[in-house]
Ligand binder design. Structure first.
Ligand code: FEO
Ligand code: CA
Ligand code: CA
Length: 653
């Protein structure tokens, strides 16, 4: 591998230097990423699990085997070229797709999840209604097949995060988020969290099954449980948790991931915004300040509920900032906060089953100059479908080794373990247990010398090549004396995509190689490295969420293109072969929106996407758009859409 280190200063941003990047390669469907070999376990285990629980009849090995078809690794030469016509840059009120494609809205903010739920009435919204309706600002989407082989791409559970809210888009007359009435605040809280919904495609249309036993709203008030090294820590004892084990709710749910045992991981990201208090006076001052808790009111929650006032409930802030595991197939299950995976501003969490059976999780901490993390489970995934193995696998994220990434300029990545008592993580630095290490994972990573990155967002494993792709969205604060190989541009507006390669395919190895896949941004104003055939519409900026198609192409969603005067959207990117670094625009979102949660069904014929904060700079009273309803009585509404090819074909083909 060859890495050319070229630090890009603001002065050089207008000189289009060609970067010489190494040859590398690539990627398909999420289940395949878990497969060690062609025997593969995941789908059969999930199917059997469902069958065991009596939710679905007639599933078994056959369904599992069906999912394994085509999982042989593609070579770089086989990575298919994109056949869709590129969508031009632009900025308007619509979702724009290539000719031959269309979309339908599956769920919008306020849509009922249950038969008995109230219809959406924006002028008469209440907290009680919102608890049974789809939440605001949809982000992560996971699709878990629920049916047999024939319907695995047309019947399943959608699990959708609701990352945050914006009062001025939700309530008439509202001007900010920290001045809401009690009822508005109840709406605000209930609009956060996660939605689980059963969906099925009949004829051409996806329908939500409103009387499904699986449908569920998980909110900042839902009972949860701490597991792993921080469970029971005195630093978690609060008014809502007398034992430091019981916990309440999840919030700031950004992206996530799906596990091979059929659960969903949701990532708590910007958790600082909900808490108020005089941080300077708190015993947790250093911890909260490292998590950028200002204590200033950004939301109304602490005005009406003292749980969110750190002066009255000083440890409550330690209950947020985790990866939470949800079993969507059991609507009565208690979600588990997996403290072994560390506490920081989690963007997402994507798993890979290593060839020795250990579970590897890749995670980013989305704040400028924060870190990339990896977790390796202590125990090994059991490739059997009996109930004992299912129970065993369900606890794999309780124990393991968390590490932070150090990138050097020669293309080497070193995983630095965050283990109590090692490398300065002991009493000399005020760590007294592994609980302290995971609660203050950022400070631990500072001490071991991890590399501060340009805002790590989604990190996903390519299920064809098993390489790992890190979306670094941007960092306008990086200065010329803070550059390094993996973060080579000052005042970075465009972001970059970094590729990690595990040696010999061993994702538990201490040392990886890394390479720069793409320096993003408008090539007219930034130094970029797109493939030369990328058109003037093919550049993207601020990569955020991503996914892969069955051919091994990376699909990157963006959040920040309006800084460059164009709408955000979705781009297909080749990661291997002659056209490595070639990007083609597939989708444009409406003005003010970012695109989140891209997720293909197993057959790649439906692509679910989350359109987040459409019309985000306007207000309920003066909207910039009324997408998706274009009804003068309705505000713009965040929504999950299902994209399809009109001829019924594979997306991108
Ligand atoms: Fe919630 Fe980092 O995007
Ligand atoms: Ca994101
Ligand atoms: Ca974002």
């Amino acid at each position: 591998m060859m890495i050319v280190t070229l630090y890009l200063t603001p002065e050089s941003q207008f000189s289009k230097k060609a970067l010489v990047l190494s040859e590398s390669r690539v990627n398909p469907y999420f289940i395949k990423m878990f497969l060690k070999d062609k025997e593969q376990p995941f789908s059969s285990i999930l199917a059997t699990r469902l069958s065991r629980r009596g939710f679905v009849k007639g599933l078994g090995i056959a369904a599992g085997a069906g999912l394994t078809v085509g999982c042989a690794t593609l070579t770089s030469k086989e990575q298919a070229a994109f056949k869709f016509k590129e969508v031009p840059h632009g900025l308007d009120e619509f979702v724009t797709l290539p000719p031959g494609y269309d979309y339908q809205v599956v769920m919008r903010w306020g849509d009922p999840l249950f038969s008995e739920a109230a219809a959406f009435e924006p002028l008469a919204q209440t907290g009680e209604k919102q608890l049974k309706q789809f939440g605001f600002n949809n982000d992560y989407i996971g699709f878990l097949p629920l049916s047999n082989e024939q319907r695995q791409s047309t019947h399943g559970l959608l699990v959708v995060n609701h990352e945050h809210t914006k009062a001025k888009l939700m309530h008439p007359g509202a001007t900010n988020d920290c001045d809401l009435t009690l009822e508005q605040t109840k709406v605000d809280i209930a609009a956060h969290g996660v939605s689980v919904l059963e969906v099925r495609k009949d004829a051409e249309t996806w329908q939500v099954v409103k009387n499904s036993r699986f449908n569920r709203r998980i909110t900042p008030e839902t009972p949860m449980r701490m597991t792993g090294p921080a469970a029971g820590s005195k630093r978690l004892i609060s008014k809502s948790s007398e034992n430091g084990v019981d916990s309440r709710g999840t919030c700031a749910n950004c992206a996530g991931g799906i596990t091979p045992w059929g659960t969903v991981l949701t990532a708590e990201e910007n958790v600082d915004q909900f808490f108020t208090g005089d941080i300077e006076q708190l015993a947790e001052k250093r911890n909260y300040q490292r998590m950028i808790f200002s204590g200033e009111p950004e939301k109304s929650w602490s005005r009406h509920f003292e749980r969110w006032d750190l002066n009255k409930n000083p440890n409550e802030g330690n209950h947020m900032g985790w990866i939470v595991e949800i079993d969507p197939f059991d609507p009565n299950s208690v979600p588990k906060k997996r403290t072994a995976l560390g506490r920081f501003k989690h963007e997402a969490c994507n798993l890979f089953i290593n060839r020795d059976g250990r579970v590897v999780a890749y995670m980013g901490d989305d704040e400028k100059f924060e870190y990339v993390y990896r977790f390796v489970s202590k125990r090994r995934f059991r490739n059997q479908s009996d109930s004992e193995s299912a129970t065993f696998n369900a606890n794999l994220l309780e124990e393991g080794t968390l590490s932070a990434a150090k990138f050097d300029d020669a293309g080497r990545l070193t995983w630095l373990p965050l283990v109590f008592g090692e490398d300065g993580l002991g009493p000399e630095n005020d760590f007294h247990s592994q609980a302290d290490v995971v609660i203050e994972a950022r400070r631990a990573a500072d001490i071991v010398g991890a590399t501060p990155m340009d805002r790590p967002e989604d990190i996903e494993v390519n299920p064809v090549s098993h390489k790992v792709y890190v979306m670094l969205t941007k960092n306008k604060s990086r200065k010329t004396d803070q550059l390094d190989g993996a973060n080579p541009r000052a005042l970075n507006r465009g972001g970059q995509i970094v590729e990690l390669t595990a040696p010999g395919g061993d994702h538990t190895a201490d040392i990886f190689e890394w390479d720069m896949l793409l320096l993003c941004g408008d090539p007219n104003t930034c130094v970029t490295n797109y493939h030369s055939e990328t058109t003037p519409n093919g550049w993207l900026s601020c990569p955020d969420n991503c996914t892969f198609d069955n051919q091994g192409n990376l699909w990157a969603a963006t959040d920040g293109a309006e800084d460059f005067g164009v709408a955000d959207g979705l781009w297909a990117i080749q990661t291997e072969g002659e056209k490595r670094g070639y990007a083609r625009r597939f989708l444009r979102v409406p003005i003010g929106a970012e695109l989140c949660g891209p997720y293909f069904t197993p057959d790649n014929k439906t692509l679910f996407c989350a359109v987040q904060h459409p019309g985000g700079d306007g207000s309920f009273d003066k909207p910039d758009t009324r997408w998706p309803d274009f009804d003068v009585t309705l505000p713009p509404r965040p929504a999950v859409i299902a994209i399809y090819k009109k001829d019924g074909g594979v997306i991108g083909s």
